[in-house]
Design a protein around this ligand. Structure first.
Ligand SMILES: NC(=O)c1ccc[n+]([C@@H]2O[C@H](COP(=O)([O-])OP(=O)(O)OC[C@H]3O[C@@H](n4cnc5c(N)ncnc54)[C@H](OP(=O)(O)O)[C@@H]3O)[C@@H](O)[C@H]2O)c1
Length: 323
């Protein structure tokens, strides 16, 4: 695993670069920073870029990709771009228009991967987390198998090369996999994953079904207040990660990314800082020994940074103890 362009084959024959660039930033951060950071990431060697309709940054990220194509740094086919279908657009008739809207913002002809962002359907509208008058989330009822069929049609129409899911637990993955008349399996499941939540059971399940696990929050997330308890431990301050960083003359961030890559996981890492963007590419310059991998396995505590407690009792809520 020495090449910064290393890819993993997906179950539909396409290839995903194993290190991806995360582009999410909270609303307070000017959207233009997503353009600058994405350009820096492509210059640094990132070829996989992760964004979403819900991040409201696709115009800016699309601009960065197109400008790096225009200046000759990359060709469109060198870039693997992921977009996500928001929870407010899970009704089957909304899927294609939503993807088309993303493509319009991006000014691209296709995305490489289109995934269901989150399995709990919300009422359609401009607000991605709509509330009822009583302050509760405005939930909707949609059968995810119907949503999946609409994604299959988007793949057939050439609007996306591959289709997958995000934040699905095993039960929800099985629901899609067991769907009568399934045409395409999800190629991936993008979930929170890091040394404190190493997802070993979900990873084994995904591997057994040919589904790639894509990890987010690998550096301990951005600790976004609505979803992350401020008392949560700081992953990158972990003493075991720190000691290992010292041993390899790297950083805790690189040890965390490397740990997941060596377990066959595709990793997303977000940074809007030029030095840290470049630093994260150094993950291809070293390897962890199997003994150190075991030590890192020992850090798991099934600790999830991201929770959405207001919908914890919804039958599709994926962040429960169930994996
Ligand atoms: N599917 C989903 O529901 C979902 C949910 C969450 C995230 N995601 C995706 O996954 C991506 C990554 O997850 P994330 O945004 O939660 O954050 P993350 O990758 O865990 O990064 C957290 C923070 O680490 C800092 N960082 C980056 N490189 C570092 C380094 N080398 N040393 C020290 N700190 C470093 C970054 O701050 P600086 O910018 O200041 O460097 C960043 O804000 C997102 O951007 C998004 O694309 C998907």
């Amino acid at each position: 695993m020495n090449s910064k362009y290393e890819c993993m084959e997906l179950n539909d024959g396409h290839f995903i670069p194993i290190l991806g660039f995360g582009t999410y930033a909270p609303n307070e951060v000017p959207k233009s920073q997503a353009t600058e950071a994405t350009k820096l990431a492509i210059d640094a060697g990132f070829r996989h870029i992760d964004a979403a309709y819900m991040y409201r940054n696709e115009e800016e990220v699309g601009l960065a990709i197109r400008s790096k194509i225009a200046d000759g740094t990359v060709k469109r086919e060198d870039i693997f771009y992921t977009s996500k279908l928001p929870s407010t657009c899970l009704k089957p008739e909304m899927v294609r228009p939503c993807l088309e809207e993303s493509l319009k913002k991006l000014q691209l002809d296709y995305v490489d991967l289109y995934i269901i962002h989150f399995p709990v359907p919300m009422k359609p509208g401009e607000n991605f987390a709509p509330l009822e008058e009583n302050g509760k989330y405005a939930l909707d009822e949609v059968d995810l198998c119907d949503t999946w069929e609409a994604l299959e049609k988007c793949k057939d129409a050439g609007l996306t090369k591959s289709i997958g899911v995000s934040n699905f637990n095993r039960r929800q993955l099985e629901k899609i996999l067991n769907k009568p008349g399934l045409k395409y399996k999800p190629v991936c499941n993008q979930v929170e994953c890091h040394p404190y939540l190493n997802q070993s059971k979900l990873l084994d399940f995904c591997k057994s079904k040919g589904i790639v696990l894509v990890a987010y929050g690998v550096l301990g997330t951005q600790r976004y207040k609505p979803w992350v308890d401020e008392k949560s431990p700081f992953l990158l301050d972990d003493p075991v990660l720190g000691a290992m960083a010292k041993k390899y003359n790297r950083t805790a961030a690189l040890i965390s990314i490397r740990y997941l890559l060596q377990r066959g996981i595709v990793v997303l890492a977000k940074s809007f800082n030029e030095n840290r963007i470049k630093e994260n590419m150094q993950v291809f310059e070293f390897q962890l020994t199997s003994e150190d991998m075991k030590t890192l396995d020992g850090l798991n505590r099934n600790f999830r940074y991201v929770t959405i407690n207001q919908i914890a009792d919804h039958p599709n809520y994926p962040f429960s103890d169930e994996y």
